[in-house]
Design a protein around this ligand. Sequence first.
Ligand code: FAD
Length: 307
Amino acid sequence: MLGPVLLAASRSDVIRRIVSAAPVTRPVVDRFIAGEVLDESMAAVRKLDQQGLEVTLDHLGEDITDRSEALRTRDAYLALAKALGAEGLGGRAEMSVKLSAFGQALPGGHDIALANVTPVVEAAAEAGTTVTLDMEDHTTVDSTLAILAELRKRFPQTGAVLQSYLFRTEDDCRALAGEGSRVRLVKGAYKEPASVAYQDKREVDLAYVRCLKILMAGKGYPMIGSHDPRMVAIAQELGRRHGRTLDAYEFQMLYGIREAEQQRLVAEGHRMRVYIPYGTDWYGYFMRRLAERPANLTFFLRSLATR
Ligand code: FAD
């Protein structure tokens, strides 16, 4: 029951200020965030790369409220692309972006986000890598998929995220299961109304499997974004059934979560990509992690108690 409360809190400015200022919060945040600055995130990339893990980097930030912040997001990603290119990491490291951090929610935001993200996608291509568009709340899905379609005209390798909790997602999977398409399938991390999304966890899981079947049967490149051992096993079975080689799909997990499982999949010969968030604007991301797993919240509360 705490999950929805924490998700609501993830969008409250008042609670943001309280949680962000609490000194105890920092060590817990560090478990999920690679650092506040680019250098720290690059150190995490090198470390994971040595362990055979691929990565996708997220410069933290979302729901920005003015155009100058959107430009700062763009510039942070341009610096990231440059750093990846300079270290020759383009083949192992890609970038994940939240379009709300590029201005999508501002008036005229669709065009602003497209204008701001385009140079990032160009810079990624120059660095030998690509970009995946994270998916945010359901009100943004049409705009995000339209921006994806626009970007893919010049950069067909641009990826997107689809969330199995939304009723619409099976259709979106069918539309994006074609040649060259890259889709990260996740369950979904936002608080969504019953008019658009399954509320029951079991329904979300069943929808995830239906979506996975569509993507694995298709011609695109499925990216299985889940820590759920059942989803991992089902994806492996579907891969075998459809004659996919181990490099014809990949697993993705979040930084700091199920690291032993990440290593196990690499040892089995799978492509395993870790989603690395970095930056100072960690509040929304952190609260969603607390909301989706009681053990994460317990870890946080225990650290408060032991101070
Ligand atoms: P859950 O349903 O949370 O858990 C299922 C089972 O997985 C658990 O019972 C347990 O066995 C295992 N498990 C889960 N967490 C842990 C843990 N910490 N330790 C041990 N076992 C665990 N959401 C979006 O809405 N938009 C996005 O763009 C987006 N991008 C993502 C990118 C990546 C790479 C990943 C991995 C997730 C992303 N998410 C995104 C979050 C996603 O929607 C889910 O909220 C989140 O992944 C939790 O769902 P789950 O499938 O991992 O497993």
